[in-house]
Write a protein that binds this ligand. Sequence first.
Ligand SMILES: [Zn+2]
Length: 257
Amino acid sequence: MILGPHEPPAPLHLTPMEIKTIRFDARRFDLVDKNIYIPELFHGDLHSKDVALTFDDGPHPQWTPKLLRILEALKVHATFFVVGKMVDKYPYLVAQEVLDGDEVENHTYDHISMKRLDGPQVRIELEDGAAAIRRITGYTPYFFRPPGGGLTDEGKAVAAQLHMTSVMWTANSKDFTYPPDKLLEARLMDVNHHGAILLCHDGIPETMQILPDLVRRLRSQGYKFVTISVLARHLLESEERISRRPAFRMRARTIVN
Ligand SMILES: [Zn+2]
């Protein structure tokens, strides 16, 4: 598949009614419903064939529609860690992501590294990012990815207060540096894929270019593409495995609203 960088963007047109219906279509696994708090999710069930494709930094008016069409054609449901201010700018793209069966999670409101923020500022970033998503989808995202992957102790403390889970990755495509296709695909292929979380970015033509081949190769090895909440659910369900090799520090807590 050839994707020209100068192709005009293809906006999606959703009616207000369609946007409304996604509130009822959003099916996701909610850890808060389960009274469980996972501070950090590093990978899924290491004995499973689950692979989660994640895309940070969107939505992007030019590229997200193309990425969504590719994912639709491949029948892959991915997880988008979106930036709140972009969500407010392009809400129809987030609506389309959810309508397609993809998962939308929090990448803070302004995409500022937590290393540059104090506790109250981190709280505002996480809460505002979640609120932007909630306005479109009707659900509160409890998974987030810290901008740049940097999670400070203060950030961890705030996330714990908000019951939010930081989602890391097992393979980093570093696609934001626009590497050659072969290197990009190798970074995502030459890793252990059991319970893998693949980190990519929305808006990178090179990533969209290699996606069909990456998906085909992993599927031919029996891997299944799942969203982050499904990956987390499968991890929790394999309790026996969790006790052998904990992927996170888990503790049950009573949620008081
Ligand atoms: Zn980012």
